[in-house]
Design a protein around this ligand. Structure first.
Ligand code: SF4
Length: 214
């Protein structure tokens, strides 16, 4: 399979924010989000090809962690993802997958957690693909919906998020700078207070800015 990078860091978003984690970023994504901060992962022919055992060996060199985060790119569109998932769930206490959810969850395992991030209409022409399997994602008990909200997106975010169970919704600010992150977080905090949703931080952006490998 093709990967962009592996590294050790803190999970920056969602329910495990702040937790030490090993990351594997898969190569390839055809979703095309306008604000994507990892466009270097889009081309499925870039990155590097590695067999599954070599990827696992590389992940173990980062040292022991309870949490493995599989991200992208779009993992659901990467060949070999399901084999990686199976091996990961055998080796880590908790595995989280960051996905836009362009197809249904391909596996259901007790230590596998899905951070499903469906897109809003302004973000990509494929936004409705990411909502097409919403019922299947919500049927998976360890899935949370993490919706990235940018300027002008608030009304659509509220409309779509209200179709989901309240206790599974997280809003996360779209931002590329610390100033925008703070301002948008303050705005979204008010929405979350009103609607009973959670607010996701973006710790990696706050701590290190827009950088690879963090
Ligand atoms: S799904 Fe993820 S990797 Fe793909 S374009 Fe959107 S934000 Fe970027």
């Amino acid at each position: 399979m093709r990967i962009a990078e592996t590294f050790r860091s803190l999970q920056g978003e969602g329910p495990s924010a702040g937790s030490p984690a090993t990351f594997v970023r898969l190569q390839g994504c055809g979703v095309g989000c306008s604000w994507c901060d990892s466009k270097y992962t889009w081309d499925p022919d870039k990155g590097r090809e590695a067999p599954l055992p070599a990827i696992l060996d590389e992940l173990f060199t980062h040292g022991p962690t309870d949490l493995l985060v599989i991200t992208g790119g779009e993992p659901l569109e990467v060949r070999g993802f399901e084999e990686l998932l199976e091996a990961a769930c055998r080796s880590w206490t908790r595995v989280e997958v960051e996905t836009s959810g362009v197809s249904s969850p391909p596996a259901s395992v007790g230590n596998l957690f899905w951070n499903w991030s469906p897109k809003l209409p302004r973000v990509t022409p494929r936004w409705d693909d990411t909502w097409g399997a919403a019922a299947a994602w919500m049927a998976e008990p360890r899935t949370i919906a993490k919706i990235v909200v940018g300027e002008g997106d608030e009304a659509e975010a509220i409309r779509l998020a209200r179709t989901l169970p309240r206790d599974r919704v997280w809003l996360m600010p779209e931002a590329m700078t610390e100033g925008d992150l703070k301002a948008r977080s303050v705005e979204l905090a008010e929405v979350c207070k009103r609607e009973g949703w959670r607010l996701s931080p973006r710790l990696h952006l706050w701590l290190w800015g827009v950088r690879r490998g963090v």
